[in-house]
Design a protein around this ligand. Sequence first.
Ligand code: ADP
Length: 881
Amino acid sequence: MKQYYRFKALYPDCVLFFRMGDFYELFDDDAILVSKAIGLTLTQRTSGIPMAGMPYHAVDGYAQRLMREGYKIAICDQIEDPREAKGVVERAVTRVLTPGSVVDETLLDEDRANRMAAISFIGSGDEASAALAVADVSTGEFVVFEARAGEAADALLRYAPTELLFAETEDGKVPPRVEVVLKACGAAATPRPAWNFRPQESTEVVLTHYGVRTLAGFGLGDDDPCVLVAGALLRRLLETQAPEGSPRARAGGALAHLAPPRKLVAGETLGLDAASIRSLEIERTMRGENEEGTLVGVFLRAGQCGPRTAMGKRLVRDWLRRPLARREAIEARHGQVETLVSDPRMLAELRKALDEVQDAARIAARCAIGRAGPRDLVALARSLAKAGAIREAMRGAAAFAGLLGRFEAVKETLGPLGERIGATLVDSPPANVRDGGAVREGVDAELDEARGLETDASTWLASYQAELSRTHSLPGIKVGFNKVFGYYIELPAAQARRAPEGFTRKQTLKNAERYTTPQLSEFEGKVTTARERALARELSIFEELCGATARLSKEIVSFAEACAEADALSCFAAIAERRGWVRPRMSDLPVLEIEQGRHPVLEGTLGSEFVPNDVVLGSAEAPARLALITGPNMAGKSTFIRQVALLALLAHAGSFVPAVKAEIGVADRVFTRVGADDALHAGQSTFMVEMTETANILHHATERSIVVLDEVGRGTSTLDGLALAWAIAERLGGEGGPGPRSLFATHYHELTQLEEALPGRVKNLHVAVREWKGGIVFVHRILAGRTNKSYGVHVARLAGLPSEVVGRAKELLERLSVSHEPSDVRRIAGGRVGRDDGSQMKLFGETPHPAVEALKELELEEMTPLRAFDELRRLKGMVEG
Ligand code: ADP
């Protein structure tokens, strides 16, 4: 217990799993905690000390459940053979399991990266910035970048880290700026000692790990704040995979697969903030957690067209979360997809070759961390064997020259490795090398000899039995083996008294007696040692093989990355081919021209019922960059504007797009804001969130951005909302110079006046509906021009409101419809509409009429339609005097 408490003190923030023989045991508070958290049974070993345990082979399952509950786990193993131990067996914490540091297959999602991040804020106020580092230890990815402090959460969210490190503060509280990022990403919080983030310590750990004298080669200057976070992150990863004092730390070379930190340059990728990722439903729908109905789902759940490998799945997800923002890079991907689309045979061959490629990236990581099993190596060898077919498929295609080169570069080293693994290990080895039988026959003479003894054993036993039976005339005699008692000679109870001299009784059964002889014991000793010798040989052969693999982990990671890229591209091509998507033309001008565009998710579910639509913004013939879209609820406004944003995003990710033709100017950012979204965030009112996010857009959208706003301004009263929506539209419409390409769906028809106010800058679109037999039919067609009818009553009827209520509402509507006439708005909005004389917009007269005051007092929610009509009559009376 002293030893236990010593380790517990070293890992106070972890639940300590303490290996004792075939079990992991937990004591004290840890035992109580796991019994509550995951229902492990509590016992007591020493009175007064609660204990709980699990068989060692079941540890992953329990660890996973505990981690889901937010706990971190330190695994303390026996690091010497108990038989050789003098006194207490030597133990060491061999790994620390945290959400962002796991590498075991059973603990990971195959189609999702598992990233740990570190953050450090520099400076305060408006000038503050954040340095960020992100690594996926399960694949070796490692990047660093900077962001404005206010945008740190958005920047990091695109990497979806599961754990975030930050410098711990003296009061032990999470700093508010870190808290914001943690919340946005939903990552586990891991405070680290502040010195981990100091320049000297950080630099040192990076230099030492990569064996370099300067960080300049990684694009990091001496005073680059990214060094601080890179160092803190690397230190933590080493602590989890090779804790101090563990055999792995002593051996050195852990995490050989981790790439050096790569500094990301600002502007390389398309900016996408958290609100846009949410409202464009890239990975999650607004309502559900499910991937069904999301953009990622279009690719990952595409069955035959989906990525062939786990690595490809992860990359497609990353490409969609972080589309490119440089024209050459985007066009290069389009070129590759086009090559595959135009050559179906090449596509089919490539995908067939990729089909058998396993998760080489994660296997490389497990080798480098010392947690690979025989099945991992066999899977790796099988994947490497496909390299030739992949290269063959790509050969001759100019667009794939670079990728082909990457496969060629590792051919010389990885080819022989794959062959060596294949020649050493059997085709279907056991999961654990300790189970024996992983190494092929003929690989090692010593192993074969030891195994030979084992096989010979059965022959020897048979002849020994025959000999005993003959010499002692005991026909019922049997020689056998059982796991607990070992080898034995068995006589039926009836013959027991005839047992010859030299037989020593070993065990008594109901109908038989069991014995041993000096000869049998000697034989048993030989067989047992042979078995142990065989296993020891297998272990050492396997370890050597793992070592050889680990030494090539950089090359394997490179092979894996190339496979992932080929796979993601082939998935893009397969979808494009199946669904008839086209290559978008990219441009340096801020245009957005889409002919017959379709919503990538809805076209999948609605098929030919989906109505394609066009849009043109910022072209030479149609220079307006702001489109205002009106139309009744349910007509298809949201679908249309999201579709445009999604097509732009797809194009930037390197994919083809669902349209007949598309020309898209390269954007720096895509902003999407959906108003009146019910979700309440962090105690702020919906309206507050709506305005904060709109403020963000107005501050940061540039001439090259794409902005999509859906019903912004809805979260407040009608007039407030109209006024705000109006001002926002004016600003986007390019009051102070050319604005971003924007689509603004609104139910405020008044806004359509802006087309005249800002000629050539704003254009009106509306969603057509057909009136038919007193009702309406949605045709989902986007047309030029405005609507001035909202059809709310019609929609309410479609929604099933009782017919009397609908009828009454219609009647009231006819009497009430006063304020939606364009002429009113023109009057209200003063000089701003129609005439650009620069006077201020006045929404209301200077001294309010008493009727206006009375109007303000009305509590509409409390009123029945009848009372509303009476009030209206009273108000009218007041106005008419
Ligand atoms: P709005 O934003 O105008 O209220 P939505 O965009 O939410 O309307 O669309 C309402 C429904 O109409 C969607 O759920 C979708 O099923 C259908 N829809 C929208 N656009 C189309 C289209 N172009 N073709 C076919 N159906 C569509």
